[in-house]
Each structure stands twice: as structure tokens, then as C-alpha cells.
Ligand binder design. Structure first.
Ligand SMILES: Nc1ncnc2c1ncn2[C@@H]1O[C@H](COP(=O)(O)OP(=O)(O)O)[C@@H](O)[C@H]1O
Ligand SMILES: [Mg+2]
Length: 307
């Protein structure tokens, strides 16, 4: 027995053409968390999700979900899981309501009108429930995919690139839906290459690149630990000599030699100290800004370091 809800040990996936899409993945996911798998296109995010959902088999390693070995409990595990796939393929003459009911039926679950009606309402689909799927906009189709994934009341929800091709309004609405599901105790794993999305909603983040997990961290810890801010000064002339007080900080001058970036530590007094010194030294600057370090910067740095 283990405390991890989803336990992935040394999992690799080699496709039929010998392409290694996942290499020795080790990852533990806790019950009730929102976990974001972050990585560029081709990193292996969908492959990992498809393996966890039982859509494709892993080549080696072990996966336990709720203490069940996925290799021996595929059917049971599938019934616990909902998947919102990356691709939209809903070009059918069926109505929204029929289609969502049908999805539930596929899982052998008894009809539950009240649950499905509530679900459609939560997803703002109730006014569309009698529309044909093929008549819906892209955003509405995305909602229907979520409704289908939730139709059998899964306790784990996977969302593969939920924000791909989605406008900011719907993205925000989806984040709300995801939060609410978390409140209901659903464990949520999503993939994204939108860093802001992970930054916004995830409890924990894993960076995946070239089929390998390169970092797993609590999002807040990650932003705190590595998320130093930068103080950036822009000048209207070339920087010839760096003032000595700036040399005390890690800093960088840009190619055009008209801005200096100073990497700040966590000490809040630093900014005022630097500004005071700039003033004392009569240094003329055009502008200064504080650049917040984001997950994006951290991710780019990580990929650079690994190469
Ligand atoms: N069925 C397949 N056969 C061979 N290679 C595949 C297959 N599916 C995906 N790949 C390759 O595996 C890598 C990871 O793909 P994928 O998991 O879809 O990445 P992501 O979702 O992070 O963009 C890519 O290089 C992709 O071309
Ligand atoms: Mg993908």
C-alpha cells in the first residue's frame, strides 16, 4: 500500500516504429490535486496520458492507480477515469444530450437524468442540450467533450491540452470548472504547453521534455525557489562602465548595451538600495521595470541546462 494515488515507476513507452516516447518516467500524483504536465510539442505528454488512461500500453515499468496495478485492472481503472482528449471529433447528427447519455451508458452506468442535467448546467450547455453536435462552435464542442468525460462520474479526470484553440473567456471558464471539480474531490491531471495555465491552476507541475521528466515540484515552491525577480534599467546611451554597486549583484547587459538586468534575491530592501545608489551616483536612466520570473523563464532555463 502506498499514499500515492497514482504511482508511476520507471515507465517507458516505445512505439512500434522503435521511437522512444517515454523514458523511465517516475511520478507520483496525490489524491485530489491538480497536476500539470508541462512541455513543448512532442515531449510525450499525450503519450503519458494515454498510457495512464489505458488507451495504449506502456512498454516497461509499473503503474498503480489507487493501489491497483494498471496491467491487471485495466477495466476497473478505466471506469474510474474520464478523459478530455486533445482532438475535437464530434461531427455527428446526434444531440448533445443523447451523446452525453450514450457516453455514460458505455460505462455500464444506469441512467441518471438528474446528474446529466446538472452536469450540462454546470458546463453552461443546458440551452444547447437539444442541438446537434455538428452545429456547435468549437468552444461548445470542447464543453461537450468535458461533459462526456464526466458522464460516468469519474474520480480522476485527464484533460489533454484543454486550452488548445480556446479563447481566453472559455479558458477562464474551464479553469473555474476544474477548480470546482477539485473541490468535489476529483483528481485532475492536465497537459498544457501554455505555461500561464499551469501557473494559474496547478498545485504541482512536472516539466517533461524528450520523453523524460526533468522536474517535479510544488508550483508555489517552484516559483518561490527559482522565481527571482529582475530589476531592469534602460538607458538612452551605451553602457560603458558598470557602476561598482551593481557589480555586487548578478547582472547582465543586453546586446545593444542599453539595458542592465539585475537578478534580485528575496531581500525586499534590495530594490530601494539599488535605486538609492543609482540616484547617488547621478546615473541617468530612461526607465526601470521589475520583471517577475515566471514558470516560463524557469522552464526555458531548465531545458537550456539539460542540453
Ligand atoms: N503512434 C505513434 N507512433 C510513433 N510515434 C508516435 C506515436 N504517437 C506519438 N508519437 C511520437 O511520440 C512523441 C511524443 O508525442 P506526444 O505524446 O503526442 O507528445 P505531446 O503530447 O507532448 O505533444 C512525438 O515525437 C510523436 O511524434
Ligand atoms: Mg499532445
Amino acid at each position: 500500500m502506498s499514499n500515492n494515488y497514482i504511482e508511476i515507476k520507471e515507465v517507458s513507452k516505445i512505439y512500434n516504429n522503435d521511437f522512444v516516447a517515454l523514458q523511465n518516467i517516475n511520478l507520483n500524483i496525490k489524491k485530489g490535486e491538480i497536476f500539470a504536465l508541462l512541455g513543448p510539442n512532442g515531449a510525450g505528454k499525450s503519450t503519458l496520458i494515454n498510457v495512464l488512461c489505458g488507451l495504449t500500453h506502456h512498454s516497461s515499468g509499473t503503474i498503480f492507480i489507487d493501489n491497483l496495478d494498471i496491467s491487471q485492472n485495466r477495466k476497473k481503472i478505466k471506469s474510474m477515469i474520464g478523459l478530455v482528449p486533445q482532438e475535437l471529433h464530434l461531427e455527428s447528427f446526434e444531440t448533445v444530450l443523447d451523446n452525453v447519455n450514450y457516453s455514460r451508458g458505455l460505462w455500464g452506468k444506469e441512467k441518471n437524468e438528474k446528474y446529466i442535467f446538472n452536469l450540462l448546467e454546470k458546463l453552461n450547455l443546458d440551452s444547447k442540450k437539444n442541438n446537434l453536435l455538428m452545429q456547435l462552435s468549437g468552444g461548445m464542442k470542447r464543453r461537450v467533450l468535458i461533459a462526456k468525460a464526466l458522464s460516468h462520474q469519474p474520480i480522476i479526470l485527464f484533460l489533454d491540452e484543454p486550452s488548445a484553440g480556446v479563447d481566453i473567456e472559455l479558458r477562464k471558464e474551464m479553469w473555474k470548472i476544474i477548480y470546482n471539480l477539485k473541490k468535489e474531490g476529483v483528481t485532475i491531471i492536465l497537459t498544457t504547453h501554455y505555461i500561464e495555465e499551469a501557473e494559474e491552476i496547478a498545485d504541482r507541475v512536472a516539466f517533461i521534455n524528450d520523453g523524460k521528466i526533468i522536474l517535479v515540484e510544488d508550483k508555489k515552491t517552484l516559483l518561490n525557489k527559482l522565481g527571482n525577480n529582475k530589476l531592469v534599467f534602460t538607458f538612452n546611451k551605451l553602457i560603458n562602465k558598470i557602476p561598482s554597486f551593481i557589480k555586487e549583484y548578478p547582472h547582465k547587459i543586453n546586446k545593444d548595451k542599453n539595458t542592465i538586468e539585475i537578478l534580485l534575491s528575496k531581500d525586499k530592501r534590495e530594490v530601494s538600495e539599488i535605486l538609492l545608489n543609482i540616484k547617488k551616483s547621478n546615473i541617468d536612466y530612461l526607465d526601470f521595470t521589475i520583471k517577475k520570473r515566471s514558470l516560463e523563464g524557469i522552464f526555458v532555463d531548465f531545458i537550456k541546462k539539460k542540453k
